[in-house]
Design a protein around this ligand. Structure first.
Ligand SMILES: Cc1cc2nc3c(=O)[nH]c(=O)nc-3n(C[C@H](O)[C@H](O)[C@H](O)COP(=O)(O)OP(=O)(O)OC[C@H]3O[C@@H](n4cnc5c(N)ncnc54)[C@H](O)[C@@H]3O)c2cc1C
Length: 434
């Protein structure tokens, strides 16, 4: 591993692997370094891997819709050979409840209209016709279990939903990452596992490569921080946090898996759901289970942690998420044996990622993915590869931000949306919904 590279990517999660793939396709010699034993072993491995097209910003929606097409045509994206085991895209669509909290998704739908992204309005009758096990009583705002008002109706019913047919989920996010790793290796990329980056040497204002925990030094004029929840530690190593207006930190999350109500074949019947009245999102999970994630309501305290030292056991957060879904599915059984996962988001102030250069020449940022960028990994890979070339060619991205033309829709993303120097975006939901 003494040879030099054109670019070193710190991290081999879904986004790190995608950046390695795209830079390699452009003829660069790349190395992804990860301290874990395989690609997609970090926070990507526990991603709910939901693919959806609605975000609070126009560029967010555009990027997600462009991303949808890579998942839809996964074999083509990877240029995968026959017989290769690939992650499956379950295109179930997404049903999002219209609530007071999300204002019936008015803002998001305006973006979708502008971009020509399809959706349908469903009445509460349409919901019940498809999912007879639903109770549409309103319980908002979400409460903790200890609250004596937990489970008490607060007036009225869910008014209906918006259904987005172009969406669903990836069954195995780690396999998807390994698919990209193999695609990248086919075009010449290298991957190094079980090695931690401990130092990022610089000379003048420019990055020189990385030093690993075994003392070895690998040279490269470009280093990309795709370290997920560890991103802030990597930025601190090289002083890249000096001018960042937007920072990143690690937020602990619990995801619950509970068996579907008796007699319900959830995988074939249900779709991905988002319900801000109950403050949970769901998707089918293997074994006729339902995966339940949290939409982070104000009643739940944020648990900011050190990514190298946090509690991986379930807490009462698991139980509250399960009970919140039980408000919607009264026949849901909640088992005593807790299943699911505990992992970390890498969160920015406005829950919108950073895809940018840094104040250190040659050091780039693809971080702060805020629990909502798995779906965008193929697009992020392409945009970051283009950004690296743009900046390395001498363009001043901070003064005149690069625009990235999406491949599947007639839209250019203004990368200033994802700048480290941006003001906090007040249009955000300030939640995992981005
Ligand atoms: C519970 C959960 C649910 C989610 N659900 C969704 C969803 O439904 N839809 C969606 O779009 N997104 C979702 N996300 C977000 C999505 O999974 C992430 O945005 C995405 O996986 C981030 O990928 P990454 O490659 O940037 O980071 P990671 O997968 O975190 O990879 C970073 C890698 O960097 C490595 N690393 C860190 N420090 C060092 C170092 N010093 N040296 C070497 N290696 C290092 C780590 O080992 C790790 O493998 C979810 C995330 C979580 C945690």
């Amino acid at each position: 591993m003494s040879k030099g590279y054109d670019a070193i990517i710190i991290g081999a999660g879904i986004i790190g692997a995608a950046i390695g793939y795209e830079l390699s396709k452009r003829g660069q010699r790349t190395l992804n370094v990860d301290m874990l034993p395989a690609s997609g072993y970090g926070s990507t491995s526990n991603s709910c891997a939901i693919i959806r097209v609605y975000y609070s910003t126009l560029d967010g929606c555009a990027m997600a819709y462009d991303g949808y097409f890579y998942w839809k045509h996964w074999t083509d994206y990877l240029n995968a050979g026959a017989g290769e085991t690939l992650a499956a895209f379950h295109e179930t669509g997404n049903m999002v409840m219209k609530t007071k909290l999300n204002d019936g998704l008015r803002k998001q739908l305006a973006h979708l209209d502008a971009l020509g992204i399809p959706y349908e309005h469903w009445t509460s009758g349409d919901i019940l016709e498809r999912f007879s096990f639903y109770d549409l009583t309103s319980y908002a705002p979400a409460k903790r279990l200890q609250d004596p008002d937990f489970g008490e109706p607060t007036g009225g019913e869910i008014a209906g939903a918006v259904y987005f047919p172009k969406g669903g989920y990836i069954s195995d996010p780690q396999l998807a990452t390994q698919n990209i790793q193999h695609a990248a290796q086919r075009v010449g990329a290298d991957f190094l596992f079980n090695r931690r980056v401990v130092e990022i040497p610089t000379q003048g204002d420019r990055v020189q490569g990385v030093v690993l925990d075994d003392g070895s030094r690998i040279e490269a004029p470009v280093v990309v921080n795709v370290a997920g929840p560890h991103s802030y530690k990597i930025n601190a190593l090289v002083g890249a946090d000096r001018d960042m207006q937007i920072s990143t930190r690690a937020l602990r999350q619990e995801v619950a898996h509970v068996p579907a109500p008796q007699g319900v074949d959830y995988a074939s019947l249900a779709c991905v759901t988002s319900d801000s009245d109950a403050a949970v999102y769901t998707r089918p999970e293997l074994g006729n289970n339902i995966l339940i994630g949290s939409e982070d309501p104000p009643s739940d305290e944020h648990s900011w942690v050190d990514p190298d030292d946090y509690d991986r056991n379930f807490s009462d957060q698991w139980t509250v998420q399960a009970h919140r879904l039980a408000q919607r599915f009264p026949s849901l059984g909640i088992p005593n044996k807790l299943k699911g996962c505990v992992d970390l988001y890498d969160v920015t102030e406005d829950w919108i990622p950073i895809y940018d250069r840094s104040c250190v020449d040659g050091f780039y940022l693809a971080c702060g993915t805020s629990g909502n960028q798995f779906k965008n990994a193929p697009v992020a890979g392409k945009a970051m590869a283009a950004l690296v070339e743009f900046c390395e060619a001498g363009n001043n991205h901070d003064a005149r931000p690069m625009r990235y033309r999406l491949e599947h829709l007639d839209h250019e993303i203004d990368l200033a949306t994802f700048s480290r120097l941006r003001e906090v975006n007040q249009n955000s939901t300030f939640s995992v919904l981005g």
